[in-house]
Design a protein around this ligand. Structure first.
Ligand SMILES: Cc1cc2nc3c(=O)[nH]c(=O)nc-3n(C[C@H](O)[C@H](O)[C@H](O)COP(=O)(O)OP(=O)(O)OC[C@H]3O[C@@H](n4cnc5c(N)ncnc54)[C@H](O)[C@@H]3O)c2cc1C
Length: 284
């Protein structure tokens, strides 16, 4: 980033104002959450930065059936929230402890994380399986299921992400996340997120997402089908981990080979489902 490229750094105090500034400046403007990614990759055309941190969008609220996280809440704020720690056995907080470093988590916002959508993101697969909904403002508020959000990145153009809402768990909802990385601060070689709703007679609903394949997280429909109505046992887990390994598309990149990633898919699905099995047995 060149030092004299940015000529305006704006801190609007209202959402409407931020949107008007964005629309007026067009391609020369870039929104800033924490700025962790903006600081690393600013296009040559950008001369105006619009900082979103004064819009009052940093709260985390329990509305009864959802936890609503404002877009400019930092990753550490989310990690430390008592409401977040109380849901799904604290799975979101445990995942966030594995995201980058504490310093970076003090900067990075949940909104910036969703818009950057790094293919190895740890946040996106877990939010996906938890059925998160993301609200964007472009003059009107529109709420999208997170699974629809990445069908076209154009959705973010000219919009401001305002919040992420996560449905709260009932006693039969379980989730687990596993990240494989070379070191504690490194990005994922691959990650796995699982959500299961358990009925009396077995698994009623499941969502499994695998990220860093090396592509952005996607669901593994074959595993979700294979789990349907099954009792969760070590044998079922072994079977579906093999289905996951054989049906997840993986590829080579500089971090790992596609073949190695297949083994990680197997190990990650097994790990997550075994964790859920333990938790569901503790709950009986
Ligand atoms: C060294 C390093 C290590 C990392 N390790 C991990 C890791 O292990 N796991 C992981 O999951 N992630 C990791 N990350 C990603 C990191 O979590 C994100 O880069 C960071 O959280 C981005 O948030 P931000 O608020 O700083 O985004 P910003 O840099 O402010 O913004 C990112 C993008 O989003 C846009 N934007 C920001 N806020 C909004 C909004 N509210 N509405 C619309 N557009 C918006 C910006 O214009 C920009 O295009 C790592 C990043 C770095 C730099």
């Amino acid at each position: 980033v060149s030092h004299n490229q940015v000529t305006e750094y704006l801190r609007p105090r209202a959402l409407e104002e931020a949107l008007a500034l964005l629309h007026n400046a067009g391609k020369s403007a870039r929104l800033v959450g924490g700025g962790a990614d903006v600081a690393l990759s600013l296009g040559n055309e950008v001369s105006t930065l619009i900082d979103l941190c004064n819009l009052g969008l940093s709260t985390i609220e329990d509305t009864g059936d959802q936890i609503q996280i404002g877009a400019t809440a930092t990753l550490n704020q989310v990690l430390e929230s008592a409401d977040i720690k109380a849901m799904y056995g604290g799975v979101l907080s445990k995942m966030l402890q594995k995201v980058a470093s504490p310093l970076l988590r003090n900067i990075g916002t949940i909104g910036g994380t969703l818009v950057s959508a790094h293919p190895w993101s740890d946040v996106i697969p877990l939010l996906e399986v938890l059925g998160a909904q993301v609200t964007l403002y472009d003059g009107q508020y529109q709420t999208y299921d997170i699974s629809k959000l990445y069908e076209s990145r154009a959705i973010f153009t000219g919009s401001i992400v305002t919040q992420v809402a996560i449905p709260k768990a009932d006693g039969r909802d379980f989730a687990a996340f596993h990240k494989f990385s070379r070191t504690g601060y490194d990005v994922a070689l691959l990650n796995v997120a699982c959500y299961l709703h358990m009925g009396n007679d077995g698994c009623r609903k499941s969502r499994i997402a695998i990220g860093g394949t090396p592509h952005l997280a996607s669901r593994v429909a074959k595993v979700e089908e294979a789990l349907n109505k099954e009792r969760l046992t070590p044998e079922t887990i072994e079977q579906v981990a093999l289905v996951a390994r054989d049906t997840t598309k993986t590829a080579n990149d500089r971090r790992a080979t596609g073949e190695y990633r297949k083994q990680l898919v197997y190990a990650g699905v097994k790990q997550c489902l075994s964790e859920i099995l333990d938790k569901s047995e503790d709950n009986k």
